[in-house]
Design a protein around this ligand. Structure first.
Ligand SMILES: [Zn+2]
Length: 721
């Protein structure tokens, strides 16, 4: 999975605008934060060597191997790939290659059937059509339609159409006198997008008997453009599989909430697991949904609910009756996280972690094998550098996660198992889920790492010859529907939701995260057609954007691993927080109930301390008299800062989510200042006031930390003057 907040946005516009922009200045003259001129020169040499070694042909080979067979979590093929990745890493010369086993609740279909029994007989195929041009689509191991962690059962009931299945949709139905209790509800995936697990929970709470989620051609099919195998959009039979886990309440194995599911771990009974759905749910292609939609009775649905099929969408409720049977095998199975390292030569106990999930709903052309192929090319070249005697200063850790698609499972269990050590040692986590479904770069980072991402993007040329930075600014402008080019700091998305493996790092451990992806027209997400053929014809023919992703991922990791002073910018973090507070006040009118002055004052002080630390770092590095002990102490303080945003009790109602600045909504959408925001939206001003205090305390703690770090630096180089 991947956070699909802007799943099928208006990307085609981007290219037209790009043609008119110019590349400003020579990117190689850009400064390098956290490096002295001499260190920067050395680093540039390493980075250029690394960049030149990245090979699209090698990435294509990895990609072909990874996408040769379906490999969902818990399948023999995915387990075999865990060992294959380990073998690759050993051959590439990586160190400490380990396979971690977690015994977790997995969910696969035994039997699923859906028939309309009135007013006409129709049996849904629940399968995707093979195509001769793409032999992979004839693979016997491709599953039919299912949603991970659906409940099992059997029901015959009338069908109601509920648009996207969000709360406001049910509210509309209620006002029209349409009761959904005991009914089978048919909803579409997007418009606006919300995570399918949120749709399931919403339906479950309303007493819906079963949920059918279909892909409407208005969102990812023929209404968007040419469909597979002639284009990138979804054909009539494509099915978006996925899990419906309530992992926005608590991710990871549902039976070991908050602790690692190592073999033999304590487990709670499934009835007590808050992240397990109690509702049956099945995904449908539009071809299977169409006969149901065409026969619905009742009032015509509102304009916004009309979809891309040539028929009048109605609300239904009486005439169409269907019989649904879902029999899932939900049982404990081993998942495997493969890990390897390149130990740091200077500071082996400071870790920069890079990760990507390995499990796919089917072949995983984009999601996630584009990311896995890029990661293997990244490690191949870093291994080659190591053989040439180039070892990073800090330790690089690489992880191939398992079961991301089910509940962000592998990364969560690993994060829970090694929580204490990770909190002590980790500098940052860099996640790549879908490396490439097109050419439009999206980069997200916590506020303190946003400037680093901009800095690195300036040094990388894209296949068009422009810098990544220039292309990124334009695609971001299009995405935001902005009239002006976004400002220098603008292209980074500092609002981080959930839906991928960064979640345990940011929200549970308080580790700063960066997320990287290239997007494009992509209508086959989680279907059988997301495969090697699709990638080679539509997503990234020639694998040039995979290569660019590998270079970017590598440069960000190396920059963090080799810096004298870690390139974090807390002035930028403060500026982002200021924005978050202003926007929250605008939408929820907090200041009418809770004075925001003290919070704003704390942010201002934190931002000023960040600015002063930036200045001190520049001066100390320029002096040439920065000693190792002072640098180490400063870096340790920088590493601690993100941890300070976390509280042991977590946010109200969701104690697993410890971060006071970042969390995700139930839809997976980003949610800043979560405790304060949710309390304000609920009109609970007592809690809002308490939550504001918690953020103020964290700000005060970090302001003191940054001031101390600045003092340490100043003393270190000024004393000899
Ligand atoms: Zn994914």
């Amino acid at each position: 999975m991947c956070d699909r907040r802007h799943p099928f946005s208006l990307r085609s516009l981007t290219l037209c605008i790009l043609a008119g922009t110019a590349l400003a200045g020579s990117p190689n003259l850009a400064m390098m934060s956290g490096y002295s001129p001499r260190a920067a020169e050395e680093e540039r040499g390493i980075e250029e060597r690394f960049q030149r070694m990245v090979s699209p042909e090698e990435i294509a080979k990895f990609h072909r191997y990874l996408t040769a067979e379906p490999h969902p979590a818990g399948s023999p093929r995915n387990n075999e790939l865990a060992r294959w990745v380990a073998d690759q890493w050993r051959e590439q010369g990586l160190e400490d290659v380990t396979i971690h086993e977690y015994d977790v609740l997995n969910s696969t279909p035994r039997e699923i059937s859906l028939e309309m029994i009135h007013p006409a007989l129709f049996r849904a195929s629940l399968r995707e059509d093979p195509y001769d041009v793409d032999p992979d689509t004839k693979h016997s191991g491709v599953s039919g339609a299912y949603l991970g962690y659906s409940a099992s059962g059997e029901v015959t009931a009338p069908v109601v159409y509920a648009h996207s299945g969000n709360p406001e949709d049910y509210e509309y139905l209620r006002k029209r006198g349409i009761n959904v209790r005991g009914k089978i509800v048919l909803v579409r995936y997007s418009n606006p997008y919300s995570y399918r697990g949120f749709k399931a929970l919403t339906a479950e709470r309303l007493g819906v008997a079963a949920l059918l989620i279909y892909s409407d051609p208005a969102e990812d099919g023929f209404r968007r453009g040419q469909v597979y195998p002639d284009g990138p959009w979804g054909p009539e039979s494509h099915i978006q599989r996925g899990a419906i886990t309530y992992d926005f309440l608590e991710p990871g194995d549902p039976l070991t909430p908050g602790w690692a599911s190592v073999p033999g771990a304590k487990r709670i009974p499934p009835e007590q697991a808050i992240s397990l759905p109690k509702i049956m749910a099945v995904p449908l292609s539009w071809r299977d949904a169409k006969p149901l939609l065409a026969n619905l009775d009742g009032p015509v649905a509102p304009d916004a609910w009309q979809g891309g099929l040539p028929l009048k969408y109605r609300l239904g409720g009486k005439r169409v009756r269907v019989h649904l049977k879902v029999d899932m095998n939900t049982s404990v199975q081993p998942y495997y996280v493969t890990e390897a390292r390149i130990r740091g030569g200077d500071s082996p106990d400071q870790w920069v972690i890079a990760g990507n999930h390995r499990d796919a709903w089917v072949f995983g052309g984009v999601d996630p094998s584009s990311g896995t192929a890029a990661m293997l090319e990244l490690t191949r070249n870093l291994g080659a550098l190591l053989r040439q005697g180039i070892r990073p200063k800090r330790t690089l850790v690489f992880c191939s996660w398992d079961g991301e698609e089910y509940a962000l499972t592998g990364s969560t269990e690993w994060g829970e198992e090694y929580a204490d050590e990770l909190k002590k040692k980790t500098v940052a986590y860099i996640n790549v889920d879908e490396a490439t479904s097109g050419k439009n770069f999206q980069g997200e980072a916590v506020g303190s790492l946003a400037p680093l991402l901009v800095e690195v993007s300036r040094t990388l040329p894209t296949p068009s010859g422009k810098s990544l930075y220039e292309e990124w600014r334009v695609s971001r402008q299009v995405e935001l529907h902005a009239a002006q080019p976004v400002p220098d700091s603008g292209p980074v998305d500092t609002r981080i939701g959930s839906g991928s493996d960064h979640t345990v790092f940011l929200n549970f451990l308080g580790i700063p995260t960066i997320g990287l992806t290239f997007e494009g027209p992509y209508g086959v997400y989680h279907s059988m057609y997301d495969d090697f053929y699709w990638m080679n014809h539509f997503g990234d023919p020639g694998y040039h954007y995979h290569a660019l992703m590998t270079q970017l991922w590598g440069l960000v990791a190396l920059r963090l691993a080799n810096a004298e002073i870690l390139p974090f910018d807390f002035d930028s973090y403060g500026a982002n927080l200021r924005k978050f507070i202003a926007e929250l006040d605008e939408t929820s009118h907090v200041s009418a109930h809770v004075p925001l002055g003290p919070l704003e004052q704390h942010v201002a002080e934190f931002q000023a301390a960040g600015r002063e630390l930036n200045h001190a770092v520049t001066e100390a590095i320029a002096s040439g008299r920065l000693d190792r002990a002072a640098a180490t102490r400063t870096n340790e303080a920088i590493i601690r800062a993100e941890r300070n945003w976390c509280t042991p009790q977590g946010i109200p109602g969701r104690p697993w989510f410890k971060h006071s600045l970042y969390a995700a909504r139930y839809t997976y959408d980003h949610l800043e200042l979560p405790g304060l925001t949710e309390a304000a939206e609920a009109g609970d001003w007592q809690t809002a006031s308490e939550q504001a205090k918690i953020i103020e305390e964290a700000l005060a703690k970090n302001t003191a930390l940054l001031r101390q770090a600045k003092l340490t630096l100043d003393l270190a180089w000024k004393k000899g003057k």
